[in-house]
Design a protein around this ligand. Sequence first.
Ligand SMILES: NC(=O)c1ccc[n+]([C@@H]2O[C@H](COP(=O)([O-])OP(=O)(O)OC[C@H]3O[C@@H](n4cnc5c(N)ncnc54)[C@H](OP(=O)(O)O)[C@@H]3O)[C@@H](O)[C@H]2O)c1
Length: 358
Amino acid sequence: MGLFRGVRPLLAAFLRPLSASAPARSLALVYERHGEPARVLQLKDQERAELGHFGVHVKMLAAPVNPADINMIQGTYALLPDLPAVGGNEGVGQVVEIGSHVTSLKPGDWVIPIDAPVGTWRTDAVLSEGSLLKIPRNIPLLCAATLSVNPCTAYRMLADFETLEPGDSIIQNAANSGVGQAVIQIAAALGIKTINVIRDRPNLQELVHRLTSLGADHVVTEEMLRKPEMNDLFKKVPKPRLALNCVGGRSTTDMLRHIQQKGTMVTYGGMAKQPVTVPVSAFIFKDVKLHGFWMTQWKKNQTQNKDRLTGMILNLCDLIHKGQLTAPVCTEVPLKDYQIALEASMRPFTSSKQILVM
Ligand SMILES: NC(=O)c1ccc[n+]([C@@H]2O[C@H](COP(=O)([O-])OP(=O)(O)OC[C@H]3O[C@@H](n4cnc5c(N)ncnc54)[C@H](OP(=O)(O)O)[C@@H]3O)[C@@H](O)[C@H]2O)c1
């Protein structure tokens, strides 16, 4: 009798549905104050939030370390979470369980977050239905994990500022960044020529080859951009209608010198942490237009109607299916080894997106 009394709870636990018996815990990279990520982030075993009627329990599969995540932890980003917070704003997860009032998602679906800050560097999260977007499950995991920020940014910048036709050209700096690699591939799929500026490095030819194999038409270093030989390049390709600036400082000024009459420059990053200096002649004699772009704001603007967002994601997935858009070069790092991923993501010339795998 005594034996059976001990076995019964065990049996009951075994017979309960898996979702209900799973411990409501989550391993998460948490920061309680802003500072250098390697110092302030801690891997913590946390209690998971209650599912409630409207919650979606998501098991995170993979999440990248992006520059904005680092800036958010440092406290220098335009958008900061309440503390303590979980790091990371992008990634892909699988739905495990849904609240009784959730209608658009079901267990097994792959989802990506729409909102920021969200906290994707954790094994499990309970998020609201409205903050998630379902994506097709038949794209590679690394494409899914890196889909919602960089390819979307590249897509919007190519679509929203100039009406580009096949044969037109664009110029971009930090062309080996995640955004840059997406720009190269989406532009190539549209027949738009790309002039890609990168920093010089010991293994330059290897990187040039890698970008060319993605579809880059021309790859030049920041130093080459200042040389008269650039005029030879513009005998083969039209001057760019659009410049995409991720760097700031001298790189940007030099890029602007090559832009077409009435062309547009879109600034979306400031990796050099230097202001954008515009030559007076670019304003007076070329009448250039200068814009900024922030994907987070664009997504916020779609909250009432998600059709444009869903349409863009489906278009990007279509490019992925056709083999025209791949994930950036990635290094997969187990969540527990996050210090390695943080260090690599902040080192110059890494040229590989660090992906935390859960
Ligand atoms: N506005 C938006 O909505 C939006 C969306 C996505 C990304 N972003 C921004 O875009 C930038 C790139 O993001 P990502 O995820 O694509 O980055 P990533 O893949 O980590 O690449 C970082 C890039 O920055 C370059 N870089 C770093 N320091 C530099 C410096 N001092 N001078 C010149 N280049 C430098 C790196 O080149 P090396 O190989 O030479 O180190 C690399 O090309 C970040 O600033 C990010 O915040 C903005």
